[in-house]
Design a protein around this ligand. Structure first.
Ligand code: NOJ
Length: 482
C-alpha cells in the first residue's frame, strides 16, 4: 500500500528506549539481592562470550541518576526497564528485601520527576536461583503462585505511579533457548520439557494479568513478544506451507494464547502426534481466555525466510555470538521448515537480517489478527562501535537502522495500525547476554568491554542527538543539520 501522504505520529506517541535489569544494573549482590539464574549460569565456563557476566554490567544500580539525567536531556517520553525479582525477594518468595523495593521506588520517582513515563517489565529472564533449586522454576506449577505473589507486591507498591506494565519478556526466547537449544539457563535440550515449561509460563502470565486488574485499575498490561514475521523463500507451494508452519509454530503458538487463550490447531495436532503437547489442567484455558492483555508488546529485530525441510533435514545449530559475520549455520525444524538467507536483505555482524519493512509487516499482522494496540517494546541494531578521540561515536549506521524502522512504523500508522509507542533497544550500551559487551545497542556508549569495567564513563553517540531531534519534532527529521 502506498500513501499519498503519511499520517503524523500521534501527539501522545511514546518515544522511548529500553533495558533489562541483568543487562545494566550490576550490583549483583548489593543491598541484599539474591542470585538469579543468570548470576549462576554465566559463571559456568564456556556459556558466554569471553566468560562475561552482569556482576557489574554498566553499574546502573549505582548510577541511575546520571542515566536518567541523560534520558531527560534527550527528551525521552518513556523508559522501559525491568525489575529484578531476586532483588525484591532474594529467595524468590517469602521474606522481602526492602532495599530492593526502595531502589525501584527511587528510579520511578526520578523518571517521573523528569516527565518520563515508566514502562515496567515484570520479568526479563532472571528467575531467582532459589526457585530453580527448589523446584526447577518454570518447570513446576509452584511458580504460578510465587510469580503471582511477586507481581502482587510490585503492582501494589508501584501501581500508583506506573501505568504501563509488561508481563513476560520474550517468553518464546527464554523458553526456546532455555529448553530447546540449551544455551540459556537452565541449559536443557528437551522439547517435552520445553512445551510444558512454556504452558506453565502461559498460565503464570494470565494469572498475573488477572491479578493486575484488581490492583491497578487505570493501568495497561501486556506481554512482550519477540516476533520475527516469516516469509516463504518463493511462491513454490511447499515453501509457502513451510512458512505457514514456521509462523504458527514460532509465533501464533504464543500470541494466540496471549490474545485468545487457545493454541493454534495445526501445531497442537503436530505436537500431540509427536507426544510433545503440554499437559493442560482444568481451568487453564478458562483463565487464559479471561486474562486479555491491553496491548501486544512487540520486540522486533528481523524477519525469517524459510524453505521446506525434509524429515531427515537440518535441525538446531549454533548461534553467532562472536560477531564474525557469516559464522551462523543453517538451522531448521525437520519436516516443517528451514531458515534461509533472504536474498533481498543485508545482515548484521551477528547475522541478523536487516529488514525495516518487516516491522510494518509485523505491526499489520498483529493488528489484523488480534485487533490489539501495539507497543513496540524493543527494536535496535547490535553493532561494533568505535570510540574516537575526543569521546565521539559516529554511529550513522545505527541512525540509518532506526530511521528506516521508524519510517516503517509511520507507514503502519498510515495503514491504520494503532501503535502506542516505540522503545528502542537500548538506552545505554549493556551486556548482550551471550554476546558480551562488544555488541552495542545504545544511544549512550559505556566505556567498558570484556576485559573489565574500565571507568564506565557515559558518552553520547551521534544517534543520541538524532533521536533527541526526532522526539522534539515528533517526526522524522532532515539529518543534514546533525
Ligand atoms: C531481546 C531481549 O529482550 C534483550 O534482552 C536483548 O538484549 C535484545 N533482544 C537483543 O538481543
Amino acid at each position: 500500500m502506498e500513501h499519498k501522504q503519511l499520517k503524523s505520529f500521534p501527539n501522545n506517541f511514546l518515544w522511548g528506549s529500553a533495558s533489562a535489569a541483568y543487562q545494566i544494573e550490576g550490583a549483583h549482590d548489593q543491598d541484599g539481592k539474591g542470585p538469579s539464574v543468570w548470576d549462576v549460569y554465566t559463571k559456568i565456563p564456556g556459556t558466554t562470550f569471553k566468560e562475561t557476566n552482569g556482576d557489574v554490567a554498566v553499574d546502573h544500580y549505582n548510577r541511575y541518576k546520571e542515566d536518567v539525567a541523560l534520558m531527560a536531556e534527550q527528551g525521552l517520553k518513556a523508559y522501559r526497564f525491568s525489575i529484578a525479582w531476586s532483588r525484591l525477594f532474594p529467595d524468590g518468595r517469602g521474606e522481602a528485601n526492602e532495599a530492593g523495593f526502595q531502589f525501584y521506588d527511587d528510579l520511578i520517582d526520578e523518571l517521573i520527576k523528569h516527565n518520563i513515563e515508566p514502562v515496567v517489565t515484570v520479568y526479563h529472564w532472571d528467575v531467582p536461583q532459589a526457585l530453580m533449586d527448589a523446584y526447577g522454576a518454570w518447570e513446576s506449577r509452584e511458580i504460578i503462585e510465587d510469580f503471582n505473589n511477586y507481581c502482587t507486591a510490585i503492582f501494589k507498591r508501584y501501581g500508583d505511579r506506573v501505568k504501563y506494565w509488561v508481563t513476560l519478556n520474550e517468553q518464546n526466547i527464554f523458553i526456546g533457548l532455555g529448553y530447546r537449544s540449551g544455551i540459556h539457563p537452565p541449559g536443557v535440550k528437551d522439547l517435552k520439557r520445553m512445551y510444558q515449561a512454556n504452558h506453565i509460563a502461559n498460565v503464570a502470565n494470565a494469572k498475573a494479568i488477572e491479578t493486575f486488574r484488581g490492583i491497578v485499575k487505570d493501568g495497561k498490561i501486556g506481554p512482550s513478544f519477540a516476533y520475527s514475521p516469516v516469509y516463504p523463500f518463493d511462491s513454490k507451494a511447499e515453501n509457502v506451507i513451510a512458512a505457514e508452519n514456521a509462523e504458527e509454530m514460532n509465533s501464533h503458538w504464543w500470541m494466540d494464547i496471549y490474545a485468545w487463550g487457545h493454541y493454534p490447531q495445526v501445531i497442537w495436532n503436530y505436537l500431540e502426534d509427536e507426544g510433545l503437547a503440554p499437559k493442560v489442567e482444568a481451568g487453564d484455558f478458562e483463565l487464559m481466555q479471561r486474562a486479555k492483555p491491553d496491548f501486544m508488546g512487540l520486540n522486533y529485530y528481523q524477519t525469517t525466510t524459510v524453505k521446506a525441510n525434509p524429515l531427515d533435514g537440518v535441525g538446531e545449530t549454533t548461534m553467532n555470538t562472536t560477531g564474525k559475520k557469516g559464522s551462523s549455520k543453517e538451522s531448521g525444524n525437520p519436516g516443517l521448515f528451514k531458515n534461509v538467507q533472504n536474498p533481498y536483505s543485508e545482515t548484521t555482524d551477528w547475522d541478523w537480517t536487516i529488514d525495516p519493512e518487516g516491522l510494518r509487516i509485523a505491526l499489520r499482522r498483529i493488528a489484523n489478527r488480534y485487533q490489539l494496540p501495539i507497543l513496540i517494546t524493543e527494536n535496535g541494531l547490535g553493532a561494533f562501535d568505535t570510540l574516537e578521540e575526543g569521546d565521539i561515536v559516529n554511529d550513522d549506521y545505527r541512525i540509518d537502522f532506526l530511521e528506516t524502522h521508524a519510517t516503517a512504523i509511520q507507514r503502519a500508522i498510515s495503514d491504520g495500525v494503532d501503535v502506542l509507542g516505540y522503545c528502542t533497544w537500548s538506552f545505554t550500551d549493556l551486556l548482550s547476554w551471550l554476546n558480551g559487551y562488544q555488541k552495542r545497542y545504545g544511544f549512550v556508549y559505556v566505556n567498558r568491554d570484556e576485559d573489565g569495567p574500565k571507568d564506565l564513563r557515559r558518552i553520547k553517540k551521534k544517534s543520541f542527538y538524532w533521536y533527541k531531534e526526532v522526539i522534539k519534532a515528533n517526526a522524522l527529521i532532515d539529518r543534514s543539520s546533525l
